[in-house]
Each structure stands twice: as C-alpha cells, then as structure tokens.
Design a protein around this ligand. Sequence first.
Ligand code: ADP
Ligand code: MG
Length: 322
Amino acid sequence: VKLSKLGEFELIDRLNKIIGKPAREAVLGIGDDAAAIKIRNSNIEILNKFQIRNSNCQLVTTDTLIQGVHFKLKGTSFAHLGYKALAINISDIAAMGGIPTYALITIGANKNFPVKKIEELYKGITNLAKKYKIGIIGGDTVSSPKELIISITLLGEADKKQMLTRAGAEVGDSILVTGNFGGPKADKFTICPSSPVPRIKESQIIAKSGFCTSMIDSSDGLVRSLFEVCKSSNVGARLFSDCVPIAHKANLKQALYGGEEYELVFTIKKGREAEMISLLSRRVETKVSICGEVVGEDDGIMLVDMLGKVRPFKSKGYEHFK
Ligand code: ADP
Ligand code: MG
C-alpha cells in the first residue's frame, strides 16, 4: 500500500497501533496538538500549593517545514520562514492552553546551501523566541540530499486542571474561532511576515475561563479542525456558513478548507458565549466568532447554509500524501 492511498492521518493511526500501550504512561500521548507529561518534582508541588507557579504538566510538540511542501526557496525571506517555523509550534502549545518554554531546532540542508540564509532563518526564530521568552536549548544539524528541512520541538507548561485537549466537547456546546479564515496566508507557499501570530494570550484567557470544553489550532484548516475535535470528543457538529469569519478577498470554500491560519477553534458551554467574548475583548483585540454548535455523533459533521439547509462537507480538509 502506498502512502498516497492511506493519507497522513490513517498512517498515524497505524503507527499508533504498532506503538501500542506506551512503555511509560503520559498524561496525554499521541492524538492532540501536544503531548503532556506530569512534572515529577516535589518542589513544583509546593510552588503550586502556594500558587507561585501553576504548572504541573510538561507539554511537548514538534512541527516540521520542508522545502517544496511548505515553502519554496525562491522569493522566501528566511527571517520570515524562521518566524513561521517557531510560530506554528507555539500555536500547538496555545491550543493546549499552555505557555511555551524551551525549543530544540533541527536543520537539514544541502552542502551547497548558503550559510547566510540559515543565519537569517535563525534570526527570525530567535526574534520570536525572545518575544515569547522561549529558551533555545539545542537541536541537530544534518545534511540533506536536496530539500531544506526545518524541524522544531517545543516544550511548554500547563496546569493540568486548566489544560485543554481536542476531547471534551459536549452536545449543546457552542463552537467559536479566533481570527479569519481563507486569506492569503491560507496558501501554503506564501510565507508572510509575522504570520501566524500565535494565540497564546487568547488561549490563556480561554483556558482560565473554566467553561471551555475543548480546543485545537487550525493548522490544516477550519473543517479539518472540526473533524479532529469531533473524532476526539465523539460528537458531531453543525457549522453555520454565514457565521464563518472569511478573510478579505477570500470565499467560503477557501475559508473552510484553506489551512495555514493557525487560529484557535474551541468549544464552550452553551449560554456562555457573551461572557467569553467579553473576557477576550477586555484583554485582546483579536476577533472572535461563534460559528457552530456541537451535536450528537450520529448527527454527523455538517454545514448549515443561510436558508438552514444542512449538507455534509465536500472534504475533510488538507492532508499530507493525499
Ligand atoms: P498538529 O497538526 O497539531 O501538529 P498532527 O496532525 O501533526 O498535529 O499530529 C496529530 C498527533 O499525531 C499528534 O499527537 C502527533 O504527536 C502524532 N504524530 C504525528 N506523526 C507521528 C508519528 N510519525 N509518530 C507518532 N506520532 C505521531
Ligand atoms: Mg495543532
């Protein structure tokens, strides 16, 4: 069987089966935006007790950018590329309701690759790392036969009680999103300056509210995020097409299936929508939209048009190998 037949997600499912029950239990293993492991340190328990620091979970995530898949060399600013490589990892920590802490950076490059570009890439990574107080503590450097590869592993911290996962959405919950979908950033090859903006501040407010039930970052598009949350939470969803925040000059199709937005897609308890929007608007300027509701698993994952007509989505969104 070839990868193109299976697709990214079915491959991960198969690999997960080979891994089986992990030799060492984690709070959260494969299947979310980041893994979570318990911090085993009595000092931290004491610190938590006195609310000096509220983190008892270590978060770990990794994301990779590959030339020809995620960017092309021609016309790409390497500072912007470095920014993006770290930002997409920060986004996964944000999706958990966590704070990023330390990073490891791996570079795979052809031996003829200009050193200056890699230095520029590092300036982009370092500038963003400073902004979020992330310590770069290591990595790996290897030669690549052709394409440039940038892979970042990011650690983070979260309070277990406050941590949000893709599981937890319940029937009746409202579906909310930050930002807009389908804009120029949704084109995988366009590496825009300072994009995406990791939604750490927003995620902290959402996680601390106490009435958010699940969260994911929309790395592969709005519809893909919806399918992932529904799969993990064993629920269905109704997305209202006229409530989807569409970016300037984009259309609904691009907003639904585009990808690369790295916005937060989250569910909250019904009736708390105004409270959530007020909590967020007091501290951040980021747009927040209510664009759907959680339904039973048997009701499926559907799009509701302006006339109230319900139909299934044309695709589940972006997937590698397919
Ligand atoms: P995200 O888009 O948020 O980065 P992914 O879709 O890449 O998440 O991954 C989904 C889950 O599958 C994560 O928990 C990730 O750690 C896990 N995963 C992805 N690839 C592999 C792999 N090759 N082996 C084991 N786990 C994997
Ligand atoms: Mg993610």
